[in-house]
Design a protein around this ligand. Structure first.
Ligand SMILES: Cc1ncc(COP(=O)(O)O)c(C=O)c1O
Length: 478
């Protein structure tokens, strides 16, 4: 035993408190339905409960854990509640949480292969597994010129794709000299806001993002894309990037990737496919049609941290040509040189992403895939889709309501026929009740309610109760 003065937690204390934290988390999941799903905290209320100054002396761990209960939980919106139907799922699971804990315990920073070979090689391996599991094209496998990497978010993945597209279109000269205002990017008017953010960050300029019109199902119209590309070329601009969405955030619309891909191929424009939430559905062969046309894409991403039971953050990003991505992002200072990198025999993921540092995220994904197996994952995804479809059928049968968009998977967009004010009141009352949480969008300029089924523990009884509560509040409207 060292006799040096230390404030560190001893291994014995860590063992004891670690068990207490795991117990706390297990209890949390057991009582999660007793909390109002949407936090009732008022702005500033959580901070007001916290001590104004940090402690001079360390405090007992028990006291800290107690304050989680008293001070923090009231300000938590319970994303893991089976009654959470808002936005999109950000689901988690036991194996994912334990994988995350192990990642923190190992404390690895895997920026280079050499800084922890297992961090890189497990990631490459699991991402190759997922190519097969989702029926993605072989060109995304690491054994060829392509490959996959874990990014923090779909926003980062799309930004990396856009940067590589920008460089490919300019022969890597915009990295040297900056953008000249001629580069143009394209996505549908329903695409996620991260594409617009990426265009701003990548220096293309917001005016050089074309939001292509959509059809009645809110999917991109390929002929409108072709027209916009032609127009820009005629005006001397340089189209460089198209993003198609498989499952838009607003209404789960599925862009026709094959038709879009053919246009991109003919024009030599980089096609990125954003399948952030819905890509997971392709685990099930019956939903694999979602990926029709992805073989024409230069890059693709989906988020296990949305619908694949892997806690935030974990986005899987694939490129068909990793050289373009690496050449775009690589900067090599002397202090990062290693013999392994120079041998060309290893992957250094630092060159595949914006930050240098990276966590051992593959562990949680590996744990999830091994715990559930492909069959287990398919079972739960199918169940979520089935429950959403059941909900959509109930909406269709109730004459007070209407479906606002096709519901191909686990998201149902619907509205009360009473107009925007009625829908707003309905949603506010439901969310204030604490029984469930759902959010809205605007479709055809009308307020639309969204019910996304995807929480790990959501079962038939939760969706049934949600519908019952919606009907009760609808009755109160009139
Ligand atoms: C289609 C789509 N793309 C991108 C995103 C952004 O995801 P992330 O938080 O991983 O950047 C979302 C969800 O927020 C989404 O639904």
């Amino acid at each position: 035993m060292s006799d040096e003065k230390s404030f560190h937690m001893t291994p014995e204390e860590f063992r004891r408190q670690g068990r207490a934290v795991v117990d706390w988390i297990a209890d949390y999941y057991q009582r999660i339905e007793s909390f109002p799903v949407l936090s009732r905290a008022k702005p500033g209320e959580i901070r007001a409960g916290l001590p104004p100054e940090p402690p001079r002396q360390g405090e007992p761990f028990e006291a800290i854990l107690e304050e989680i209960e008293k001070l923090i939980l009231p300000g938590v919106t319970h994303w893991q509640s089976p009654n959470f139907f808002a936005y999109f799922p950000a689901n988690a699971s036991g194996p994912a949480i334990l994988g995350e804990l192990l990642s923190a315990g190992l404390g690895v920073q895997g920026m280079l292969w050499a800084t922890s070979p297992a961090c890189t090689e497990l990631e490459t391996h699991v991402l190759d597994w997922l190519v097969g599991m989702l029926g993605l094209p072989d060109k995304f496998l690491s054994r060829g010129p392509g490959g996959g990497v874990i990014q923090d978010t779909a926003s980062s993945a799309s930004l990396c794709a856009l940067l590589a597209a920008r460089e490919r279109a300019t022969g890597f000269s915009s990295n040297q000299r900056g953008c000249d205002g001629r580069l143009v990017a394209y996505t549908s008017s329903q695409a996620h806001s991260s594409i617009e953010k990426g265009v701003k960050i990548a220096g293309l300029g917001r005016e050089n993002l074309r939001l292509i019109e959509v059809d009645a199902s809110f999917a991109m119209r390929p002929e409108a894309l072709a027209q916009a590309l032609d127009q820009d070329r005629r005006a001397g601009r340089l189209p460089c990037f198209v993003c198609a969405t498989v499952g838009t955030t607003s209404s789960n619309a599925l862009d026709p990737v094959a038709a879009i891909g053919r246009i991109c191929q003919a024009q030599g424009v980089w096609l990125h496919v954003d399948a952030a939430m819905s890509g997971t559905a392709a685990l099930c062969p019956e939903f694999r049609h979602l990926h029709n046309g992805v073989e024409l894409a230069d890059s693709y991403c989906f988020n296990p941290h949305k619908w694949m039971f892997t806690n935030f953050d974990c986005d899987c990003f694939y490129v068909a040509d990793r050289k373009a991505l690496i050449e775009t992002l690589s900067v090599l200072p002397e202090y990062l040189r290693t013999r392994a990198s120079e041998s060309g025999a290893v992957i250094d993921y630092r060159d595949w992403q914006i930050p240098l540092g990276r966590r051992f995220r593959a562990l949680k994904l590996w744990f999830v895939i091994r715990h559930y197996g492909v069959e287990g994952l398919r079972h739960h995804i199918r169940r979520h889709v089935e429950l959403a479809q059941r909900f959509a059928a109930w909406v269709g049968e109730d004459e007070r309501f209407e479906l606002a968009a096709p519901a191909p998977l686990n998201l149902v967009c619907f509205r009360h026929r009473g107009g925007d004010a009625a829908n707003q009141t309905l949603m506010d009352r439901l969310n204030q009740s604490g029984h469930l949480y759902l959010t809205h969008t605007r479709l055809n300029d009308r307020l639309t309610l969204r019910l996304a089924v995807g929480q790990t523990h959501t079962e038939a009884r939760h969706v049934e109760r949600a519908w019952k509560r919606i009907q009760e509040e609808a009755a109160r409207l009139s």
